[in-house]
Design a protein around this ligand. Structure first.
Ligand SMILES: *Cc1c(COP(=O)(O)O)cnc(C)c1O
Ligand code: SF4
Length: 346
């Protein structure tokens, strides 16, 4: 069992998670994009399976060196909506606050891969952080702050308490939503101190867990999420549709069931963004719609996420799931079509 986060191709090769023959190419990948696999995730990987879905998410591959048409360092156009460092303000009532740019693990398909990690953006300076909080405090239309990054749950409880205290200065902010992978990839970080930090303000706090494969919901991960939910913090699930990880009906269904069993409501299934070197992960929208159809009807309504696309260029997120209403007919989950309103028979 590995006890430390693996951060270099050499460390991954020593742990048996990559083929030493690939080291030279993977050193080039690692020079461009951060690498980190936590002990919890390293332990989950079946090194004997060349298609292991956990390894596929976190172990670098030479395919990342290939740039496909349309891929961009800023695939969802955040830059155009960033009025001050650390803030993205695309929708009037909510902002993203990127308090840090480091993560516990680095996902090979990350849409912020050019920004996160040691080679990416510098952490916000105290002055930049002040400016970000001032931006929020000065705008009464901001109802929700979405703390993302990087991964905000690698911040210390002390820093999270400070963040919550600074949001108290904005009484119009009613909701604070954290986006994180930590409860699954490093469950030991979900301590009483972290939970106390999240609960240290008057705001309604939500935690959105990013998980892409049912095996990520280990017993330890479920216990960590259980602590958050027991503390009165509602949890949402966010997943990315990824070729070779969860792009088959059985895996997607198992993932959604695992989330709901953990008291996490599946919120979004994201179509994979056009981040550089991630073409091997992307499905087509049609494939995504077909997968969503397999969930509908067969699987509890609690297990249905909204399939969304973040439109390149900064135009925002929209649902792109299948439609069940066409030309005066609705389609049932089995594919039968029915006039609506029903034709009267007399
Ligand atoms: C995704 C995103 C949000 C959150 O959108 P919701 O639909 O509320 O989950 C907010 N701001 C930006 C810039 C985003 O990209
Ligand atoms: S945890 Fe989130 S921000 Fe960090 S690498 Fe993964 S997808 Fe990107």
């Amino acid at each position: 069992m590995t006890l430390q986060t693996l951060r270099t191709p050499t460390a991954l090769a020593e742990a048996g998670l990559i083929d030493p023959a690939d080291l030279a190419a993977l050193e080039r990948v690692a020079a461009q994009y951060a690498v980190a696999i936590t002990p919890a995730m390293a332990e989950l990987i079946d090194a004997a399976d060349p298609a292991d879905p956990i390894a596929r998410q976190f172990a670098p591959t030479a395919a990342e060196l290939l740039q496909a048409p349309g891929e961009s360092a800023d695939p969802i156009g955040d830059a155009a909506h960033s009025p001050v460092e650390g803030i993205v303000h695309r929708y009037a009532d909510r902002v993203l606050l990127k308090a840090n740019h480091a993560c516990a693990v680095y996902c090979r398909f990350c849409f912020r891969r050019e920004m996160v990690g040691p080679g990416g953006l510098r952490p916000l300076t105290p002055a930049q952080l002040d400016a970000a909080f001032t931006y929020v405090a000065d705008r009464p239309e901001i109802w929700e702050v979405i703390v993302t990054g990087g991964d905000p749950f690698i911040l210390s409880p002390r820093r999270l308490t400070d963040l919550m205290a600074r949001l108290e200065a904005a009484p119009h902010v009613k909701v604070v939503r954290f986006h994180t992978r930590v409860p699954a990839v490093d469950p030991g970080r979900i301590t009483d101190a972290l939970i106390a930090a999240l609960k240290s303000s008057s705001k309604a706090v939500y935690v959105a867990l990013h998980a892409d494969h049912p095996r990520e919901l280990t017993a330890a991960a479920r216990a960590a999420c259980g602590k958050l939910v027991d503390a009165g913090i509602p949890m949402l699930g966010q997943s990315v549709l990824l070729r070779g990880v969860n792009d088959d009906p059985a895996t997607l269904e198992a993932l959604m069931r695992a989330l709901v069993e953990t008291r996490i409501k599946p919120y979004y299934l994201h179509h994979a963004d056009l981040a550089p070197g991630t073409g091997h992960f992307r499905t087509t929208l049609g494939e995504g719609q077909a997968l969503m159809r397999t969930l509908r009807g067969r699987v509890s309504g609690l297990c249905q996420p909204t399939y969304v696309l973040d439109i390149p260029g900064g135009h925002g997120k929209v649902p792109v799931g299948p439609g069940y209403l066409q030309a005066g007919e609705v389609e049932d989950p089995a594919g039968g079509r029915h006039a609506y309103p029903p034709k009267s028979s007399s």
